[in-house]
Design a protein around this ligand. Structure first.
Ligand code: FE
Length: 205
């Protein structure tokens, strides 16, 4: 079995936004997809560690902003590399509007948004799978959607070679975080982007 087969699946990238009890937040996900057309339903799988996960669970509604090839790395940093538990991601953030359901969607680097209402939840352990009915949606631009591989090759800055002076370090291939040490613990979670040890590469100079 070749584990790298998974790399050949295509993934889009999205800002998932939700809100409950006066709190708004958003995070980056790559798991949105349409599952039925009549009625129109989408699914999202969200890591339970994300603050936005809890807001979706409590409010039963969310928006998906579909990121385009014009999305800037700052958008991924803003929504992906910090937690809504510590930071109000919409405080002073102007590249957004509220849709008819009262939730924010992101306007910068997004080519459309979908508003959905949760119909079913499936507990997947680390994640919850939400199945949701589409209630509203709009196209925001005709720029093609970004894929995860487009993000990796065109949006994410090329990491500079870390100054390791002969030491071995591990670099997160998602955000560039450097872990210093010969061996990366198998249960290590990137403190910036929350990706697991399998997304780190060994760098030796
Ligand atoms: Fe990372």
């Amino acid at each position: 079995m070749n584990q790298k087969t998974m790399y050949n699946l295509t993934y889009g990238l999205f800002v998932l936004t939700s809100g409950f009890d006066g709190k708004d937040s958003g995070c980056i996900i790559n798991t949105a997809g349409q599952v039925t057309a009549e009625p129109n339903r989408i699914s999202i799988a969200v890591n339970k560690g994300n603050f936005t996960h809890d807001l979706v669970k409590k409010s039963g509604k969310f928006n998906i902003s579909i990121l385009s090839q014009e999305a800037r790395f700052e958008t991924f940093q803003h929504f992906g590399f910090q937690s809504g538990r510590n930071v109000d991601k919409f405080a002073g953030y102007t590249d957004c509007k509220r849709s008819g359901n009262g939730l924010y969607y992101v306007t910068a680097g997004a080519n459309g948004y979908i508003s959905a209402k949760v119909e079913q939840e499936v507990d997947l352990g680390s994640h919850t799978l939400f199945l949701a009915a589409v209630e509203d949606m709009e196209v925001l631009s005709d720029t093609p959607s970004t894929t995860y591989s487009y993000y990796q090759s065109h949006i994410k800055p090329k990491p500079e070679a870390p100054k390791t002076s002969g030491k071995t370090v591990w670099r997160c291939t998602v955000c560039g975080y450097i872990y210093e040490g010969e061996e990366l613990p198998s249960d290590f979670i990137c403190p910036l982007c929350k990706h697991p040890a399998s997304d780190f590469e060994k760098v030796t100079s």
